[in-house]
Write a protein that binds this ligand. Sequence first.
Ligand SMILES: Cc1ncc(COP(=O)(O)O)c(C=O)c1O
Length: 473
Amino acid sequence: MKGSICVINSSVRDVLTSINEEPSGVAFVIDQQERLIGVLTDGDIRRMLLNGVDLNAQIAQEDLGSYVFANQGEKLEDILKKTDKKVRIIPIIDTEGKPVDYFRYEHRVKMIPVAEPKLNGNEFKYLTDAFLSTWISSAGAYINRFESEFSEYCGAKYGVAVSNGTVAIHLALESFGIGEGDEVIVPDLTFAATINAVLHANATPVIVDVDPVSWCISPEAIEKAITPKTKAIIPVHVYGQPCDMDPIMALAEKHNLFVVEDAAEAHGAVYKGRKVGSIGHAATFSFFGNKIITTGEGGMVVTNSDQLNDRMRVLRDHGMSKQKRYWHEHIGYNYRMTNLQAAIGCAQLERIDEIIAGRAEIESKYQSVLADFSFVKWQPKIDGNKRVTWLVAALLEDGIDRDGVIQQLRDNGVDARPFFYQLSDMPIYSTYVSGNLDASKLLSRQGLNLPTIDGVDFDRVVKAFEEIKETFK
Ligand SMILES: Cc1ncc(COP(=O)(O)O)c(C=O)c1O
């Protein structure tokens, strides 16, 4: 048996000595038949001493309060339900009531990640197939299949698979001929990859505010930021929410601009009956491990343009001529995806609707279980559109200490995350701002993402929330 065992009627000194030799800081008290009858912590002993109890006094039944225990063989999830901030060590007893072990919360509980890929379909089978075929680099049947199936899923003519979602944006911009002296409008609330790709293309990013309702780039802010140098807009379907694409496309048409949808977080989302990815002149996706579907690392550009498709294929592959091998007409890149990644992608795509439905279910479960947490406002749904759940996203009422909530959740083993920092807040991007950024400021300060996972872990997140509820009411 791990842990210290003391027989009832032992002296306070003996119990203290026993606890002192054991890292758990508790003693399990047994009767003469070796059955567990109580638990004493070093804090209990300290209080006894402060109350004037002598070190030589014997521990009596009255000194033992109520205690929590688990039965041998009890399921981890049931044991976890018995733990909280105060009860972190739980004795485990056998069928005769004798202590045989103990459960210690901190040692056994892993941090609940914010997202977990679901790889329980044909992923392993296709990956093995690609491996055994020996086509493990960037040629192979799965690449073509993934490109055509994913672009078809998005309602676009072509798909160009690349090594990640960041280079997907860069490849699209460069293939549109965007470069030095050109301005590209991006939202303030996004992952840095969006703006980095603009800078990698040597263009000038122009950061504008988002809409306070949808949290996506504001068409009004875009309009105000357009100058004669503007060449493109990158609407980001942030946290799975489709941007208001109609006014954005109208502005693009009026001012002759390219629109590259950054759909890294929004696979399968629908804007007024059209899938995101099929609306702009090109759209980019990420298949990073925490995305709606994953290839480990990976990305894709989808487009309906024959010309863009051709250009991207050349630039992705070192700028090499498609007619004359090893003849380079452009300074290109190696942005290729491997057949192994594409094999995983094909399997993920087979279940994409199921995966999206599962994530939506987790989000609505949060909303109903935490319904009386009035300080939590959930990500809105916009009539006529289908938002997908990337990471469950919530906004804490202004005035609530969001970072304090995150810290408390993390103390309870829950990897909650703050929303993206405003791009404009970071010194390396702060010179590119256009207009006021009030909406993104509030979102960035009060938003948090919760783990988008189910089962026991979901119950633990809810439990952690319940623990912090009192503090943040
Ligand atoms: C909005 C947005 N754009 C681009 C990316 C870049 O994708 P990747 O990490 O695959 O390069 C991400 C994700 O990480 C993202 O969230």
